[in-house]
Design a protein around this ligand. Structure first.
Ligand code: MG
Length: 341
């Protein structure tokens, strides 16, 4: 009898590693395949980048509190975020959906309105897709394609010793937003007469329901003449992404707790939910901010940027990965990540 392995034994990344092992590439134009935020294809003067994401009802979203229009926007934004993570500009999208007869034509139009608004926001062309029936719930698959000058591509693998680790925006908000939405859903299920109390946390619930890809940062880096030495987007939590940069680049790193960006609303919600705010920052998923490294020589170009935070630096691989706490103690970084399996 052949052995049965549970997917949960491998986890998402272990599963990807295992499947990737059997894949061969046949074309010299395939510069990078599986293993970065997007695949990279040599298109002559430029690189084309391609990424795809699947959003499944009940796993990635809950229509009890996620409006269809926001969901459409989010489906596009999370893919554009992976294009941004390669330092590339998004150009085209395909959108495929599977839906059950629970959805009306009007509902599908609402979903597409969100997709249309996002396509306009990021200036991408919707060029195709597929629709099919589903036995259970809604599934949305978006594929995004983008373009970048060869000299500007940013992989996860380029970080070098003494480079500065940067993150954009603030972290942990989407996770705490999800906690608030889940709690209000339970309140509503227990007593449908209760109105959900979301007014207290508008920012973090927005972070969860309608994330924005940081294309603004990609354009600003371009204007400032900065090419990150490595980059990825933060979809599974900062700690998990730091491990990816570390592994792909063969480096260690030290980050500082007091440099990690957190919004006051995220902090307050964490306290209310009896969570350590730093746990939300390190392990919260779905913030869709950018994590990147720059050479020290580029620091002065970004030093005054209001939305780029310098959280630490790259060290030799054998020096390990550490978080220096506010009290000055260095503790080994752990990657909990964001597990769907
Ligand atoms: Mg990514």
């Amino acid at each position: 009898m052949s052995k049965r392995t549970e997917i949960s034994e491998l986890g998402e990344f272990g599963l990807i590693e295992r499947l990737r092992g059997s894949i061969q590439t046949y074309h010299a134009s395939t510069v990078r395949g599986i293993g970065d935020d997007a695949a990279v294809i040599d298109a002559g003067d430029t690189y084309r980048v391609v990424t795809t994401d699947l959003l499944v009802e009940g796993v990635h979203f809950d229509l009890a509190y996620c409006p269809l229009k926001h969901l459409g926007f989010k489906a596009v934004a999370v893919n554009v975020s992976d294009i941004a993570a390669m330092n590339a500009i998004p150009k085209e999208l395909t959108v495929s959906i599977a839906l059950s007869n629970r959805f009306s034509v009007e509902a599908v139009e609402e979903l597409y309105e969100g997709i249309r608004v996002a396509a306009q926001h990021y200036k991408v062309d919707v060029v195709g897709g597929d629709t099919t029936a589903s036995r259970s719930g809604l599934v949305i698959s978006v594929t995004a394609m983008g373009e970048v000058e060869k000299a500007r591509i940013a992989y996860r693998s380029g970080a070098e010793v003494n480079d500065i680790l940067c993150v954009t925006g603030d972290l942990g908000g989407a996770l705490m937003g999800l906690q608030v939405l889940e709690r209000e859903k339970q309140v509503f299920l227990a007593n449908p007469a209760m109105r959900p109390d979301l007014e207290k946390y508008p920012y973090i619930t927005g972070r969860q329901l309608r994330p924005d890809a940081r294309m603004d940062i990609v354009h600003e880096l371009r204007d400032l003449g900065v090419v990150p030495t490595s980059m990825m987007d933060i979809s599974d939590g900062l700690a998990s992404e730091l491990f990816h940069i570390s592994k792909a680049s063969g480096v260690g790193m030290t980050i500082y707790e007091d440099k990690l960006p957190i919004d006051k609303e995220t902090y307050d919600a964490a306290v209310e939910f009896n969570m350590d705010p730093i746990t939300a920052v390190l392990n919260g998923g779905e913030d869709y901010e950018l994590l990147f490294t720059i050479s020290q020589s580029d620091f002065s170009k970004l030093e005054k940027h209001p939305d780029v935070h310098f959280i630490g630096h790259i060290t030799k691989e054998e020096e390990g990965k550490f978080l220096v706490t506010k009290s000055g103690t260095a503790v080994p970084l752990k990657a909990q990540g964001w597990k769907h399996f």
